[in-house]
Design a protein around this ligand. Structure first.
Ligand SMILES: Nc1ncnc2c1ncn2[C@@H]1O[C@H](COP(=O)(O)OP(=O)(O)OP(=O)(O)O)[C@@H](O)[C@H]1O
Ligand SMILES: [Mg+2]
Length: 446
């Protein structure tokens, strides 16, 4: 886990996301608060509940993007999930508790990664030993004749010679036979997603009960090394410990990003049509408040999991959420509509900015694409304009605009052998003027 200060979190986010400072600050503080809580005494720690966040803002301004980047950066269990994926308990579909299970799965992945690194050295050593066993099998007692000492000594010498050759990479293409365990095929009941909803480790249980199917497979030393390394790592890792650690991490540092929360709000006009949506809100309550969820790895207490919910709240308002649920999201941050200047920055500044992406893509075809400053300004202007006349889809508009701008180049690039293309304001105007002027046309194309 990285102990990032709020300032560091914001700085990291700044590399990918333009503006939205309030939202960045709020999530940065929330992340730091997890760390602070970890430093407290056991007694105090129990008292400190996370302050859940509700992010409100129009579509395409960076809500989901902030969550995505945050996930990468914290190194804590983190999942992002759409509230619309759930159905009320008792109805056909996924129930809300499954998000806690998913969080634990995420924790398991994290812990496994750490454990793998920890045992890597040992696993490598064991792997080499086992490869040697395969290349130069130990003499069995029958082979050992009268002169047992001598033959044992000879064997050790051969083995050391082999070890040197193996280390020198001379034996990579030699064929060896490796025993591989075949896992029992999953025979989960139908395709109901039941495996996700399973409260206990049914698959794991099956594997324990059913006889293991071991087959011998011939492969090169190079391939065998990978297989044996997997087997050795697995043997060195204590699964029970991994499960316990993952649950602990999920409980104390876990974060759940609940996207599209506004979509489970029934608006004035369609109330009634969406009973099950309201039901989802009701099901969410205990989880956000703190309850115990059974997972295949054990019980998980949700009291200290941090929830960040986000929604556009176009036709509805946060106050349309169930009152109890509103109360569970005390921190509200609003994300602003993006300005034309923001668009210019989004096009050019972030690490994965669109202009950088296209430049890299074209480079694979041997074409150097250069975007001039005035091209970015012109593009931003068109994007802003179309957002005003057609629907406002925020920064997503930049993608359609860019795609249109570079359609011809994308098609021709492999054959054009031009070496270098400069995209300036004139180029932009030439490609986009017509489509953006015609409102109907732009509705279809951009
Ligand atoms: N402030 C920003 N800085 C950089 N890129 C942005 C910003 N806002 C949006 N984008 C880009 O626009 C795209 C859509 O943004 P995002 O998915 O965050 O929208 P959203 O706010 O979650 O919208 P919705 O309410 O529709 O889910 C992303 O690919 C992202 O790269
Ligand atoms: Mg989103």
């Amino acid at each position: 886990m990285r102990d990032l200060t709020p300032r560091q979190v914001v700085e990291e986010l700044n590399r990918h996301i333009v503006g939205q400072d309030d939202a960045k600050r709020a999530v940065a503080i929330a992340v730091r608060n997890r760390w602070r809580r970890q430093q407290l005494s056991e007694e105090m720690r129990r008292e400190v509940a996370p302050k859940n966040i509700l992010m409100i803002g129009p579509t395409g301004v960076g809500k989901t993007e902030i969550a995505r980047r945050l996930a990468k950066l914290t190194g804590a269990p983190f999942i992002k999930i759409e509230a619309t994926k759930f159905t009320e308990v008792g109805y056909y579909g996924r129930d809300v508790e499954s998000m806690v299970r998913e969080l634990v799965e995420n924790g398991i992945t994290l812990v496994m990664e750490m454990e793998r690194q920890e045992v890597e050295e040992d696993a490598r050593r064991h792997t080499e030993d086992r490869l040697l066993d395969l290349l130069a099998p130990r003499p069995t007692s029958i082979d050992v004749g009268v002169d047992a000492d001598d033959s044992a000594g000879r064997y050790e010498r051969t083995r050391e010679k082999m070890r040197a050759m193996l280390a020198g990479g001379e034996l990579e293409n030699r064929m060896v036979e490796v025993a591989i365990e075949q896992k029992a095929a999953p025979m989960i009941l139908g395709g109901t997603g039941a495996d996700q909803q399973m409260d206990f480790d049914f698959q794991g249980m099956l594997e324990k009960v059913l006889p293991k199917n071991v087959i011998q497979r011939e492969m090169t030393v190079a391939d065998a090394r990978k297989v044996l390394f997997e087997q050795e790592s697995e043997a060195l890792i204590n699964q029970e410990k991994v499960h316990a650690r993952a649950i602990e991490l999920a409980e104390n540092l876990g974060m759940i990003f609940l996207d599209e929360i506004d979509k489970v709000v029934a608006s004035e006009s369609n109330r009634g049509a969406d009973v099950s949506r309201q039901g989802v809100q009701r099901d969410l309550l205990p989880i956000v408040e703190g309850t115990t969820v059974q997972t295949r790895y054990g019980y998980v207490h949700t009291d200290h999991i941090l929830f960040i919910a986000a929604g556009a709240f176009h036709s509805t308002q946060p106050s349309d959420l169930m009152p109890e649920l509103q109360g569970r999201f005390p921190i509200r941050v609003e994300l602003n509509d993006l300005t034309q200047e923001d668009f210019v920055r989004i096009l050019t500044e972030p690490k994965g900015a669109l202009t950088k992406q296209y430049r890299a893509l074209m480079k694979t075809e041997g074409v150097e694409v250069e975007f001039t400053d005035d091209a970015a300004i012109a593009l931003a202007k068109y994007a802003f304009q179309v957002n005003q006349t057609a629907q406002n889809i925020g920064a997503r508009r930049l993608q359609t605009i860019m795609e249109r701008l570079l359609e011809e180049l994308s098609f021709e690039a492999p054959e054009m052998k031009m070496g270098r293309v400069e995209i300036n304001a004139a180029y932009v105007h030439e490609r986009l003027d017509e489509v953006t002027k015609d409102e109907d046309l732009s509705k279809f194309i951009l």
